[in-house]
Write a protein that binds this ligand. Structure first.
Ligand code: AMP
Ligand code: GLY
Length: 425
């Protein structure tokens, strides 16, 4: 008898996880809560929201679920893993204490400092005037300054200020207007690092870990990194700057010390460690950690993983990852997000999506904001679909993916035309 698993979440990241896990010969049935229409053929969608921890737990118990996999960060930070464990249920992801690595910038920055993990120079403030005074020292020295709300802010809690006016406004908005609620009780003021950004993913069981691979995402809404930040407009794997030497430095200077530090702090980290890095002239430095898989990075990571992901997630949750390895496919994967016109600001929903039947069999489409209306697929969110192609090289994958993207349409459809192009420079 195969196993039953429950995946929590509803975006493109969760569709990619479900897609990968559905290939496991060890799994008999996948439930996903709440899921989306793209997953319907792979899993049974259960109408429970990711925030409803007690209902998820009751469902998992009743349905004989042997492993629960958590997609988004919010339930992790709120302690879903602690709650499942109390009831003796196996669940993949960090405890609330360990998820502070993402949930509190103050926690993570202080950890980096205490254990010598490379990161931007910083100070923490709970007082507006003191924070503004600190920011001024950077501006007066002719440097940009980075202002971060302490807590979760849906990816919007970071401002890079180039003038004192911008810095003052950001600090005021976070700490006085409380634009992110309690997340703004404290701010981190830090130096602005210069370099190229890279995401790196590993899975830990609290002590041992396996490396997955690296990716770059494209956060701005328009080509050439213009326009406002989004959840991510596309991603590609293994950018050229990610050399074997850089990989070794990331492992020895960042990933291993972080896992050891979390152990020493009494909150061993089990789950995905998603390191947001700046590769500077002095080497990799941590911008932030996320306690979950990236979106849209997962949509390009999953097709690159050779073999079964399920035993890795299970071993991470059970604390016995030692001896496991993840084999990575050769070549590269590129994913392009198709978004609703207007995203990340206001956009319309309910537009008919057409062209999916014209795609090549090997093209993968992960759904995010979609819905079904009398059997017709329609748009239902800002990021609607991610189209993903694998190729022998990044260049090859870019060519393939854009041929496919052009077959799809919905009213107002917007996508970036330069995903992965940075890698070809
Ligand atoms: P974070 O949520 O901390 O990853 O910050 C969001 C984004 O802000 C990052 O992906 C970077 O593009 C940028 N960022 C954050 N911290 C810094 C820093 N110290 N120097 C330069 N850019 C930064
Ligand atoms: N792709 C950015 C994130 O998942 O946070």
């Amino acid at each position: 008898m195969g196993k039953k698993i429950l995946v929590i979440g509803q975006g493109g990241r969760e569709h990619a996880l479900v897609w990968k896990l559905a290939q496991s010969p060890l799994i008999e049935k996948i439930y996903v809560a709440p899921g989306n229409p793209g997953m319907k053929d792979l899993a049974e969608c259960i109408d429970i929201q990711a925030a409803d921890i007690e209902s998820l737990l009751a469902f998992a118990r009743k349905s004989d679920v042997s492993l629960t996999v958590v997609g988004p960060e919010a339930p992790l930070v709120r302690g879903i893993v602690d709650r499942f464990r109390q009831e003796g249920m196996l669940i993949f992801g960090p405890t609330a204490a360990a998820a502070q690595l993402e949930g509190s910038k103050v926690f993570s920055k202080n950890l980096f400092k205490k254990y010598g993990i490379p990161t931007a120079r910083y100070e923490v403030f709970d007082d507006i005037i003191a924070a503004q005074t600190c920011a001024r020292t950077y501006i007066e020295a002719g440097q940009a300054v980075v202002i971060k709300a302490d807590g979760l802010a849906a990816g919007k809690g970071v401002v890079i200020a180039l003038s004192q006016a911008e810095a003052d406004e950001a600090i005021h908005s976070i700490m006085q207007d409380k634009s992110f609620g309690d997340a703004g009780d404290r701010v981190v003021i830090e130096e602005c690092l210069v370099g190229e950004e890279l995401s790196f993913f590993a899975i830990s069981d609290g002590q041992d870990f396996v490396s997955l691979l690296s990716a770059q995402d494209h956060k701005r809404v328009f080509d050439n990194d213009e326009g406002p930040n989004t959840g991510g407009m596309g991603a590609y794997t293994n950018p050229p700057l990610y050399t074997e030497e850089l990989h070794q430095r990331i492992i020895t200077e960042v990933i291993k010390p972080t896992i050891e530090a979390m152990q020493k702090e009494g909150c061993p980290y089990q789950g995905v460690l998603y390191a947001g890095l700046m590769v500077t002239a002095d080497g990799p430095k941590v911008l932030e950690y996320n306690a979950r898989f990236g979106d849209p990075e997962t949509q390009v990571l999953m097709p690159m993983i050779k073999g079964d992901l399920f035993p890795i997630l299970e071993a991470s949750a059970a604390g016995n990852l030692k001896g496991y390895q993840v084999e990575i496919n050769t070549g590269a994967c590129v994913g392009v997000v198709l978004a609703s016109g207007g995203y990340p600001a206001a956009y319309e929903k309910g537009k008919m999506i057409t062209g999916l039947e014209k795609l090549e069999a090997e093209t993968i489409v992960f759904h995010a904001g979609t819905a079904l209306n009398q059997g017709q697929l329609i748009t239902d969110g800002g990021r609607v679909l991610a189209v993903v192609s694998r190729g022998n090289s990044i260049e090859d994958a870019i060519q393939k993916v854009y041929q496919e993207v052009l077959k799809l349409s919905f009213e107002g459809m917007h996508f970036r035309r330069d995903i992965g192009r940075r890698a070809l420079r």
